[in-house]
Design a protein around this ligand. Structure first.
Ligand SMILES: Cc1cc2nc3c(=O)[nH]c(=O)nc-3n(C[C@H](O)[C@H](O)[C@H](O)COP(=O)(O)OP(=O)(O)OC[C@H]3O[C@@H](n4cnc5c(N)ncnc54)[C@H](O)[C@@H]3O)c2cc1C
Length: 594
């Protein structure tokens, strides 16, 4: 029988969003379970390099941050959520400073900000190029102050408990022992991060397998805007390790095989000479939004203007040139970029250009939530990369995501606390039974009848996602991918878990993760195929234009419990003051309001 444990609120995920929610909840005095499949400091937030956006300088304005976010999102963001986010952002960032986050400073001692892609003014706070590490550390240390917060580190959540139309906790496997635990609570916050691992080439850590998205989807909560997946324009060949946008924010430039700054050909503005005073404080070119830069790479490759690297199977790259910044600036502002380039491609950016190419980085879509971080399932909240509020719409601006963890993590904590305080008592017998059933399912997965290899199914899924749901998409490629995913879901029913041991059964964990990734991949490719337009990160070769008449709407993928394709329908985008306009970066890009 599975162990039964009860708290007021259960948080699944110990990254930035989960920890921020935990602090809000702890301040309300409730008892909290913090369930995380890794030790919290190993969550992906720790890998964030570049920074977090919030208006703080007198030359900036909240309205400009709102407009940059909405236009960057190609008008698919909910504008009420963006307004709330931008207004709360400076307060959250200052609070994090009070909690100990060592923001980099100007010589006079004020918080420093750097330029970032798609932000038309410098507003990205940073802690050198280890921002995520410092943010996560500050949050984690603060959670240690609260005795009412009980951590379940290295516990893998496999299922949400739902009773009487309400979310009441989760079932989790303790990885150290293999013990199955039923962890009940009157409210649940999902903060499980993204799902980049459904693709083969990604900046995402191995643990980013979309588990929480899948758990919510299976429990009947729609996944919103899943077709919008962000490529980051500068990943290292081979590993996919990220070279942060801060390297371009500090003045780095991108050149093709002719040494030409090709971005000037893509409506992203004109180049400033690298030694002019206007450089690197430029709002365009290399600091255009990520979707546009990744698309420009695609066309450069089509024109034969990329460079093929024999050492990596002739993979295509362009070059990121930082040499003009000089050693002192590189070491002070982006030391990690130098370290990563030396360690992973054997190149010192002080003397040589870094080979880079677009790499899967971030999921704009996720669990459908409203502006209160609430889902359609009473008692279930979601925040961070697993959620879609949506402030990111069709394309997230770099450095909005770390701030989003704080703003909506805090909001999820506050609202889950309210909900838990007034919620009815839990039906312990019903939840215990669900826990026992899940334990039986987990045991059944470790049987001797499985014939299908986890690695084979995963490889088939990943390569078909790259083929069908990459930078540019076509109907035939997406249909082929949808078929491959459906086949892999069939194969998964006979997945083989040869290891039957309890302690750190990584094979079992990979099997859980694969099941979740297949759900996310399915929702993504079906949502993509249904959207017959090009918007932000979703670009179709046969439908080149944005179609606001039909698709100024969030796509909602609903899980099909019978095993077939998900049902896709649409929900209106909230427009407050900013009607859809042209997304220009090169020419006039001023505010246009209703
Ligand atoms: C390399 C890199 C650099 C980035 N740089 C920036 C940047 O400079 N600025 C910016 O704004 N954004 C950046 N991003 C994006 C941003 O860092 C992430 O979107 C954000 O940190 C996600 O935080 P999160 O709290 O939602 O999830 P994560 O930090 O990914 O945490 C997820 C948590 O969920 C837990 N979990 C997952 N599944 C389960 C399960 N089944 N059971 C139990 N627990 C589970 C994990 O253990 C983990 O604790 C970057 C992303 C990457 C990959």
């Amino acid at each position: 029988m599975s162990d039964f444990i009860q708290h007021d609120v259960v948080i699944i995920g110990g990254g930035g969003a989960g920890l921020r929610a935990a602090i809000s909840l702890a301040e309300s005095g409730l008892s909290i379970a913090l369930v995380s499949k890794v030790y919290p400091m190993r969550s992906h937030t720790v890998a964030a390099e570049g920074g977090a956006a919030a208006v703080i300088k007198p030359n900036d304005s909240l309205e400009d941050h709102i407009y940059d976010t909405i236009s960057g999102a190609d008008w698919l963001a909910d504008q009420d959520a963006v307004e709330y986010f931008v207004n709360e952002a400076p307060k959250e960032m200052t609070r994090l400073e009070h909690w100990g986050c060592p923001w980099s400073r100007e010589p006079q001692g004020k918080v420093a900000v750097r330029p970032f892609g798609g932000m038309k003014i410098e507003r990205t706070w940073f802690a050198a190029d280890k921002t995520g590490f410092h943010m996560l550390h500050s949050l984690f240390q603060n959670t240690l102050r609260y005795p009412q917060l009980k951590r379940y580190d290295e516990h893998f959540a496999t299922k949400l408990l739902v009773d009487n139309g309400r979310c009441c906790g989760c079932v989790a496997v303790e990885l150290k022992t293999g013990k199955v635990k039923t962890i009940a609570g009157k409210a649940v916050i999902m903060a499980t991060g993204g799902a980049g691992k459904i693709f083969p080439f990604t900046t995402n850590g191995a643990i980013k397998t979309g588990d929480g998205m899948s758990l919510a989807y299976r429990a009947g909560v729609p996944l919103k805007d899943m077709e919008f997946v962000q490529y980051h324009p500068t990943g290292l060949p081979g590993t996919g390790i990220l070279i942060t946008e801060a390297s371009r924010g500090e003045g780095g430039i991108l050149v093709n095989n002719e040494g030409y700054r090709y971005l000037q050909d893509y409506d992203l503005g004109k180049p400033q000479p690298v030694d002019s005073p206007a450089h690197p404080v430029k709002r365009t070119m290399e600091l255009g939004p990520r979707d546009r830069l990744s698309q420009a790479f695609y066309w450069e490759r089509e024109k034969g203007r990329t460079i093929k690297l024999p050492a990596w199977n002739n993979i295509d790259v362009v070059m990121l040139d930082l040499r003009h910044l000089g050693e002192a600036k590189i070491d002070k502002k982006i030391p990690f970029v130098r370290e990563l380039s030396k360690n992973y491609v054997g190149i010192d950016p002080v003397t040589d250009m870094i080979p880079v190419r677009p790499v899967i980085h971030y999921m704009m879509g996720g669990i459908d939530t409203d502006i209160n971080a609430a889902t359609t399932l009473p008692g279930l909240y979601a925040a961070g990369e697993c959620a879609c509020v949506s402030i990111n719409g069709a394309n997230r601006l770099g450095s909005n995501s770390l701030t989003e963890l704080l703003v909506f993590g805090g909001k999820a904590g506050d609202n889950a606390a309210e909900f838990a305080k007034s919620a009815k008592d839990l039906n312990v017998a019903a939840l215990t039974q669900q826990g026992n059933e899940e334990e039986a399912r987990v045991k059944a997965l470790m049987n001797d009848d499985g014939t299908e290899s986890i690695a084979d199914i995963r490889t088939a899924m990943q390569s078909s996602m790259e083929d069908g749901a990459g930078i540019y998409r076509t109907e035939s490629s997406m249909k082929a991918t949808a078929e491959v995913i459906a086949e892999q879901k069939e194969r998964y029913k006979k997945v083989q878990v040869k290891d039957h041991s309890g302690a750190y059964n990584t094979q079992l964990q990979y099997a859980f993760e694969l099941g979740c990734m297949l759900d996310v991949a399915e929702a993504l490719v079906h949502s993509a195929n249904a959207r017959t337009e090009s918007r932000g990160a979703h670009q179709r070769l046969e439908y080149k234009e944005r179609d606001d008449d039909k698709f100024l709407a969030h796509s909602m993928a609903h899980f099909n419990a019978d095993g077939g394709a998900p049902k896709i329908d649409y929900k209106d985008v909230v427009i407050t003051k900013w009607p859809p306009g042209a997304r220009t970066y090169g020419k006039d890009s001023g505010l246009k309001r209703k």
